[in-house]
Design a protein around this ligand. Sequence first.
Ligand code: HEM
Length: 309
Amino acid sequence: MKAILKHPMLNGWRLFWLLSLPMCGFIVADLLQTDLSQGEGISHMIGYSVRWAVPFIYLVAAASSFQILFPGAVGMWWLRNRKFLGLCFAVGMAWQGLFIFVISTFYREYYFGEIYAFRDVLEGTIGYIFLAAMVVTSFKIGHKLVSSEQWKLIQKGGVYFLWAYPFSVYWWNIFYYPQLDPTREPRSIDYVFYVLGFAAFAMRIAAWGKRRHKKLSTPTPILMTAFGALFMLLGAVGSVTGHLWYDGAYAVLYGPAPSENASAWLPFWPLEPFLPLLSIGLGTWITTLRPETIIDNARSFPLSRPRGG
Ligand code: HEM
């Protein structure tokens, strides 16, 4: 296995060409079969090209976590080639960008009638800005232009943002749109990409939890562990029952006026697709709390005032 994973064809730029050339081939083949005289055709190409890109951002998001959770040759290979997997994502997104440019320039009526929504465009544009910055700073020449903190912010922030975009698209496709319009049945690909996106982020939480757990000098009290496990269970159940809790969450989260206003322009707000993962993350945090911190906090906020004095 180690020898295979070290093969030059499966590493670096050769891996990039090995993955991105067939991707471009499939996109061009689909393009040739698509009726491009109508906006629908270009819109189809937008969706088709981005479906090639999505697995790569999930792979990038999960790379370091996989190595922390399962240290070994596969994790090393994955981590070593993360940049090239990211560049494959950028190739798929460049195709999507091209089709977006075509539809918004030459099919303006269709674009503004069928596609344009302010928040979607805002999210999409932020996504493309992140992507461009990530690509530029992944090369030495671009890396030199930013400080190491800025580099981390661009790369990490970009991965989170560009993971969040497709993950939320597939969440809406599965749990929300079919409720709104029963003819909009989720496609198999919606489930596949939702599960993969969920797994990629859940791995990040698990890896973070593993690191925190290692740092514990004494085990977290059993009550805290149980409390944390409850949140994790809640998140796991929530991740497959979005259609059941969406209405309730909507009423609570959109309720206050500032929240409703923010949802018009703040990307992903109020975060419905991410609530189960947030619950799992909270549970992980609680189960890996240092007992000393809990005791210190309890001392700083006593429940009853000391008598006398
Ligand atoms: C201003 C920028 C963007 C615009 C105008 C835009 C537009 C669109 C349109 C029109 C579709 C529907 C295609 C169809 O008919 O199937 C779509 C789908 C999609 N877009 Fe974007 N998009 C933008 C940016 C992004 C970014 C940054 C991402 C991040 C990865 C992204 C991810 C997706 C995904 C996952 C789908 C669903 C594809 C599918 O499975 O059908 N988009 N986009």
